[in-house]
Design a protein around this ligand. Structure first.
Ligand SMILES: [Zn+2]
Length: 249
């Protein structure tokens, strides 16, 4: 038992970082890192990361052709690694670099969508903006209201577009949500005490589905509700409803 362990210890484990340095040129060339115009220092980091991804056993050293085969097999994942590195390290990407980042960055792009949108917009790349939009729909936090400026469904409860920073009016929110109808429905169903309370507060919360009192505990991760201030006409609706109910009793 003891002997065996000593023997195993003698066998040197593969040092992936050192090996990545040794065959850097071949791998970087195969990955096309020069063509993408990536800084040499970053290229080294990418090659290392790729090697850590494709080498799963430290007990032997795979030859270059074996590594290339593995890169081919996992190309999409590896392109994602490259895209994320580029995203982190390149402040002002060229159109080709931006295209690569947006094509392969996948869900990792979500926190950077405002910046990527701005870059794509400056380059007038509608195709890339469309790709960002579908990423936002898939992995982001699409809101019920589309921004009239950038087209992303990204107007948040503070009335600001998460993607382009555009500020919309409460009037726009009312229209987009179909607020009037939902508010009428709400007034019919809320208790008198709640209606009184809402009148005092001066506003309600509205989603694309319904209207709620601001006292209602909302899970903002599940649903986006927008604060809507009551207009005179809204208040009149409440008063009318109150009158009806009082007559009924
Ligand atoms: Zn916007």
């Amino acid at each position: 038992m003891k002997k065996k362990r000593t023997r195993r210890r003698k066998k040197k484990k593969l040092d992936i970082d050192a090996y990545a340095e040794a065959i850097f040129k071949d791998i970087a060339e195969y990955l096309g890192l020069d063509t993408l115009g990536i800084d040499e220092k970053i290229q080294h980091e990418i090659v290392k990361e790729v090697m850590h991804t494709i080498i799963t056993s430290l007990s032997y050293k795979p030859k270059i052709d074996v590594l290339i085969k593995r890169i081919k097999r996992h190309r999409r994942k590896i392109n994602m690694i490259i895209a994320i590195k580029m995203l982190e390290s390149i402040r002002n990407p060229t159109p080709d670099q931006l295209e690569f980042i947006i094509t392969y960055g996948d869900r990792a792009l979500i926190p950077e969508i405002p910046r990527l949108y701005r870059l794509a917009k400056d380059m007038s790349r509608e195709d890339l903006i469309m790709m960002l939009q579908s990423l936002w729909e898939k992995y982001g936090r699409p809101s019920p209201i589309e921004c009239p400026k950038c087209g992303f469904r990204a107007i948040m409860p503070d009335l600001i577009c998460y993607v382009c920073g555009n500020i919309v009016s409460e009037k726009y929110i009312r229209e987009m949500l179909g607020f009037e109808e939902k508010f009428e429905e709400y007034v019919k169903n809320a208790s008198l005490a709640e209606l009184n309370d809402v009148m005092n507060l001066g506003f309600v919360l509205s989603s694309e589905i319904d209207v709620k009192s601001p006292r209602y505990r909302i899970d903002f991760w599940k649903n986006i509700y927008y604060p809507i201030h009551l207009r005179q006409s809204d208040i009149e609706k409440i008063i009318e409803e109150m009158g009806k109910r009082k007559q009924g009793y």
